[in-house]
Design a protein around this ligand. Structure first.
Ligand code: ZN
Length: 502
């Protein structure tokens, strides 16, 4: 074997072991989220700690360093799959090693403390408690950006961690158009004063029937329940441990039908992505979504573009009525459609409707950017926050718990993550637009026939896993880069019809 072949086989062996350890910690996490006894929390977190220690050792060591250097010098000799794996791993390796170990450990200690303090600050609605920790988190992010190196804005580095190739310039253009079109749209909706009744969604819906409907919906969407699992957890999530072991959760509320159903549709979209990577990537890092934004596009397209569409309700609402005759017997499909899509500016992001959600994300992006470039000071954050909520949503937070303290992300140093939620919806709209040129989308949805849609996504998106990076992938599918045009078009069309705007 040549030096390169030896390096490649050692490299793959290490990745294989890392994947196995990852699989094991995922199972512990799944267990902890879906009903493992609380009393075992310490034992589980110790086990996870040991596993992640081994994972780190397998990734960061002189042999890996040497092998990566050999492979990086021979990239052209590798096949495409190996080349992408080497380049991705090198990026990850640099990220883990350019920051001095002692500072990284101090940072991790800060994060675990700051999340705890954030929880308390939120409980007491007291931003002052959290302020020093957030200040320190941002100092670290700036310091780490200097160690890691970046081009242009330091925020490019952090958005790039979640969305390869995305930049501040591109995001500014994206959110500028969104702001220009969605803020006036929301204003027109508010001026219309249309009253939409949603009370029937809060009648009593037995959990066992909700579970039955959720499983039927998943199967209809194209999720293979033989190779996956649906369970319940406090916060719904999806875990793709392997192509043949994809698990998702939802949360059932007896007095809220929409919550569980559309969580299931959302997580189902993530899960279908995870089940349909090309088998040749199984067990490798390429068996994963290509970016956070793309992953989110798959959940949003099933949840919003498909399942919350008027067309799908032609098929689905009668099914729901049959399952819940007492609760929905006196409701029309139109009334149901309006109720699940009602626009209602609210203070809390995770409770927001599809339209105002994008504005919640936009303001978080503006704030993150300002905190990183110093134009917004941490001490002014509550005022800045409240002003933006007022400007964009026309409402005012009564306190910091319902304002600046509502999200966990910043306490965990997750800067650059929020924008990917909005990018997901925009990718979804762009994909749906191009899909509808090839497939009679409304016709299929009206028959509850997801097969052509899921197949289209399998072929265009899912099969590639992480092989093709997000910008190249959206170019390949739609012939253009991600932009907010289709997303704004979609929102304008949907809500103009729903609210009778001209
Ligand atoms: Zn999601």
């Amino acid at each position: 074997m040549t030096q390169m072949e030896t390096a490649l086989s050692r490299f793959k062996e290490a990745l294989h072991k890392i994947k196995a350890l990852n699989y094991s910690s995922s199972m512990l996490f799944w267990d902890a989220s879906t009903g493992a006894p609380k009393s075992g929390a310490d034992a589980r977190s110790q086990a996870i700690g040991v596993l992640s220690g081994y994972q780190y050792q397998l990734m960061v060591n002189p042999q890996m360093d040497e092998d990566l250097n050999v492979l990086m010098a021979n990239l052209t000799a590798l096949n495409e799959q190996d080349r992408v794996m080497v380049m991705d791993t090198k990026k990850e390796y640099d990220k883990m090693t350019k920051i001095p170990m002692d500072e990284f450990q101090k940072f991790n200690m800060l994060i675990s403390k700051s999340s705890m303090v954030w929880e308390k600050a939120k409980e007491q609605s007291d931003f002052q408690l959290f302020k020093p920790y957030l200040t320190e988190v941002i100092d670290y992010l700036l310091k780490f950006a200097a160690y890691r190196g970046y081009e242009g804005h330091p925020y490019n580095l952090y958005i790039g961690d979640f969305e390869d190739g995305m930049t501040v310039d591109a995001l500014n253009t994206f959110f500028d158009e969104l702001r220009e079109r969605i803020v006036p749209l929301l204003k027109r909706i508010a001026d219309k004063n249309k009253v939409i009744d949603t009370t029937f969604l809060n009648r009593n819906f037995p959990v066992d029937l909700q579970e039955k409907v959720s499983k039927e919906l998943l199967a209809m969407m194209g999720f293979d329940l033989e190779r996956g699992l649906l369970e319940e957890s406090v916060h719904p999530f999806t875990m793709g441990a392997d192509i043949d072991d994809v698990r998702l959760t939802t949360h059932y509320y007896e007095d809220d039908l929409a919550s569980a159903l559309f969580s299931t549709a959302h997580e189902g979209g993530h899960a279908i992505y995870e089940q349909n990577f090309d088998r040749k990537y199984q067990g490798t890092p390429l068996a994963s979504g290509t970016s956070n934004g793309f992953h989110e596009s798959q959940s949003r397209i099933y949840e919003n573009n498909f399942c919350k569409s008027r067309s799908f309700l032609n098929f689905w609402f009668p099914v729901l009525q049959e399952t819940f005759p007492e609760q929905l017997g006196d409701v029309s499909a139109d009334a149901f459609y309006e109720a699940i899509n009602r626009v209602e500016p609210s203070l809390i992001r995770i409770e927001a409707d599809e339209l105002t959600y994008s504005l919640h994300i936009m303001m978080r992006y503006e704030i993150e950017l300002g905190l990183i470039d110093g134009s917004i000071k941490v001490e002014d954050l509550p005022q800045v926050w409240n002003q933006k909520v007022k400007d964009y949503l026309g409402i005012e937070p009564p306190n910091d718990a319902k304002g600046v303290l509502q999200d966990v992300h910043w306490s965990e140093a997750l800067f650059g993550y929020f924008p990917t939620y909005a990018l997901g919806s925009a990718y979804a709209a762009q994909l749906a637009h191009y899909m509808s040129k090839e497939i009679d989308l409304d016709g299929c949805l009206s028959r509850g026939d997801f097969e052509p849609l899921t197949k289209w996504l399998n072929e265009k998106v899912h099969q590639y896993g992480a092989l093709i990076k997000p910008n190249a992938l959206i170019q390949q599918i739609t012939g253009e880069s991600l932009n907010s045009k289709y997303y704004c078009d979609y929102l304008e069309a949907k809500y103009s019809a729903l609210y009778g705007l001209n």
